[in-house]
Design a protein around this ligand. Structure first.
Ligand code: FES
Length: 107
């Protein structure tokens, strides 16, 4: 599948032929996308993999669960309605073309 990250400075980074079965965070981290730090390694416990999901994709990606919401509340100054932790977004064929913006980490 193809996914695009927009880094904080506006740089668009598109990755093609990404295999499904990994999380969106893993794609970002493997490819060195700026701002995808993923300090906790994908355990939904650090919020440094925070992204804003493109409006057009909101429905397919879905809403965060309650644990993820709690993490997002810890970075409340950057928390938007389309906030998601990218380690909690498993890539599936349905998400081919997904576009997200990397959120500021706050540090
Ligand atoms: Fe830590 Fe996603 S990698 S919350």
């Amino acid at each position: 599948v193809t996914v695009t990250f927009v880094e904080e400075d506006g740089t668009e980074r598109t990755f093609e032929d990404v295999s499904t079965g990994q999380s969106l965070m893993e794609v970002g981290r493997t490819n060195g996308v700026a701002g995808i730090l993923a300090d906790c390694g994908g355990a939904c416990a650090c919020a440094t993999c925070h992204v804003y999901v493109d409006e057009a994709w909101m429905e397919k990606v879905g809403a965060p669960d309650s644990i993820e919401e709690e993490m997002l509340d810890l970075v409340s100054e950057f928390h938007k309605p389309n906030s998601r932790l990218s380690c909690q977004i498993p890539l599936t064929d349905e998400l081919d073309g997904l576009k997200v913006e990397v959120a500021p980490t706050g540090y």
